[in-house]
Design a protein around this ligand. Structure first.
Ligand SMILES: C[S@@+](CC[C@H](N)C(=O)[O-])C[C@H]1O[C@@H](n2cnc3c(N)ncnc32)[C@H](O)[C@@H]1O
Length: 258
């Protein structure tokens, strides 16, 4: 039987939970600083962090927010985030296991919702964005960050293969125009936005998803055998035939509930 996409998410992220807590790319960077700057400017008594992962966004927002609620589909991930945040001494973060498509909160109960580096795992974006809009109060802000999808068909197909071979729970990174359309359809208006380039260390990136040596070798062959313009499109660096780094483009959006 083919596992459902959400079962795949739990199977992928459960065993890697601690690696997301210690991942330098998730712990900080210009992307998280940008979300925090939007969040500080916006201000809200209650912030919901959807798909909290290792908890870095929730922790950053807990420094200037009375109450942060962290949610995630993967229980071991939520437990790892809870232990990590408790160790920092922060006491204003609560943890609730939940799917983004069925948030166990009343309508209009949060002033800000954050969702960082997770939407490419959601099987369908519109139900997820509608559910986020439901728990946002009118005028409240969704601060969302994700991998930016490509409009170039060949580059989009190449990176989708790379991502899916590393992590079968990866669904798809949306291009800019699709983000705008989904947010609008969910009843939100884009107020601010930006893009950033984030470098990935190949060994760390592949190890975090616990690839078998065979799957990793297949993925490396796939990358090395792909057209040069695909590798160039993601700034792959290769030394002595071994992949060292590549770059993702990230999109950051602030969308306010109508
Ligand atoms: C890369 S981690 C998120 C990183 C985190 N937001 C941060 O800022 O460090 C992706 C997370 O999305 C969660 N996730 C995937 N699909 C989900 C869904 N349908 N509902 C809630 N969480 C989901 C996974 O369990 C995983 O913990």
């Amino acid at each position: 039987m083919i596992p459902s996409q959400k079962t795949q998410v739990q199977a992928q992220f459960g065993p890697s939970a601690q690696d997301y807590v210690t991942s330098a790319g998730h712990a900080g960077g210009a992307d998280l600083e940008r979300l925090v700057a939007w969040g500080r400017k916006r201000g809200a008594p209650r912030v919901l962090d959807v798909a909290t992962g290792g908890g870095h966004t929730a922790l950053a927002f807990s420094a200037f927010t009375p109450t942060v609620v962290s949610t995630d589909l993967t229980l071991p991930m939520l437990e790892a985030a809870r232990d990590f945040i408790a160790d920092t001494g922060a006491v204003n973060v609560r943890f609730v296991a939940s799917d983004v498509e069925a948030l166990p909160f009343c309508d209009a109960s949060f002033g800000v919702v954050t969702c960082r580096l997770a939407a490419h795992h959601f099987p369908a974006i519109l139900p997820a964005m509608k559910e986020i809009a439901r728990v946002l109060r009118p005028g409240g802000s969704l601060l969302i960050e994700d991998i930016l999808g490509h409009d170039d068909t060949e580059l989009a197909a190449f990176i989708l293969q790379v991502e899916k071979r590393r992590d079968p729970s990866h669904v798809r990174a949306l291009p800019h125009r699709e983000w705008e359309a989904f947010l609008k359809a969910a009843g939100m208006t884009v107020i601010d936005e930006g893009t950033l380039v984030k470098a990935r260390q190949w060994e760390e990136w592949t190890a975090r998803m616990r690839m078998t040596p065979e799957a990793k070798a297949d993925l490396e062959r796939f990358v090395l055998d792909s057209p040069e313009r695909c590798r160039e499109g993601f700034s792959f660096t290769i030394e002595d035939g071994r992949i060292q780094t590549f770059s993702d483009r990230l999109i950051l959006l602030r969308a306010d509930r109508d």
